[in-house]
Ligand binder design. Structure first.
Ligand code: ADP
Ligand code: MG
Length: 261
């Protein structure tokens, strides 16, 4: 088998891998409300695959060394780009496994804010972070990041004409838990709606022509994750003024131990 034929085989393998990754990403998007990402990545991946396919064909057609070398060159750099993208996607969409680590909640918040800063700025939302303590909790960092992303995207969507988003990190009143609050100055949630927002598939968002819109899975995912960490997720809201989501997580055993010692 020629190396170009081998390459073509590898291309179809990549296509297969790509569609598997896409399925995972779409799943993450369902949970995430951060879906525009998926569309742009799909587009980018298609461009890369077209490059690979076209240069493979060119290399198979032309027997001269120079053309073949150029084809290999292009295929190689396309492959390297694809690999960069999938690495990034895997870090974000990491679907399985439940690896937990002791981590400062302030650190998790800081990492998420780096990802959303630009987006909030574009939507004319002022961002303020009040890190009043550095509680260490035992968490699945990637899941907690997705929870925060969901709450932040919801907050942003509730502030169509801009506003302020305040993220607080502190210890709970009795100092047994770490606490993160996400407060927006958005439309607020009426009482009869408030009872339903954690139900899977409950949404007040319309799906637009691009299929973007609410699927109502964000908050039920958030609550699942927080409760699986023996934590709590609460909401308070005033129509016309805004909404605050507060999550509490038990402090890591080591941190609690130090405290009582
Ligand atoms: N910060 C918020 N301000 C106002 N309403 C909110 C906020 N967060 C959630 N909601 C309400 O809760 C519903 C369910 O949220 P969610 O489970 O994330 O699903 P989705 O965002 O797909 O609609 C939303 O459709 C919205 O009505
Ligand atoms: Mg949502």
């Amino acid at each position: 088998m020629s190396s170009l034929e081998e390459l073509q085989r590898r291309v179809s393998e990549l296509e297969q891998q790509n569609s598997e990754l896409m399925a995972q990403l779409i799943q993450a998007q369902r949970l995430g409300g951060v879906g525009q990402l998926a569309a742009s990545i799909t587009h980018e991946f298609n461009n890369i695959l077209m490059t690979v396919i076209n240069y493979s064909k060119m290399g198979l057609r032309h027997k001269d060394a120079a053309t073949r070398e150029k084809a290999f060159d292009r295929i190689l750099s396309a492959g390297q780009r694809a690999s960069k993208i999938t690495t990034g996607m895997l870090a974000y969409a990491r679907p399985k496994g439940d690896r937990r680590e002791d981590i400062d909640l302030g650190q998790v918040v800081a990492d998420v804010l780096i990802l959303v800063e630009k987006d909030l700025q574009m939507h004319r939302i002022r961002l303020q972070a009040d890190v009043l303590a550095n509680p260490v909790c035992t968490v699945n960092v990637s899941q907690l990041q997705q929870v925060l992303m969901n709450l932040i995207v919801n907050a942003r969507q509730a502030m169509e004409n801009g506003g302020a988003l305040t993220i607080g990190v502190r210890l709970s009143e009795d100092s047994t838990m770490g606490e993160i609050s996400i407060r927006d100055t958005g439309v607020g949630i009426p009482a009869e709606t408030l009872r339903k927002i954690f139900e899977p598939f409950f949404t007040t968002k319309k799906t637009d022509a691009n299929g973007q819109g609410g699927n109502g899975l964000g908050l039920s995912f958030c609550r699942d994750v927080i409760e699986s960490h023996k934590g709590r997720l609460r909401v308070e809201s005033t129509v016309g003024q805004g909404t605050t989501f507060t999550l509490k997580l038990p402090l890591a055993a080591a941190a609690t131990g130090r405290k009582s010692a």
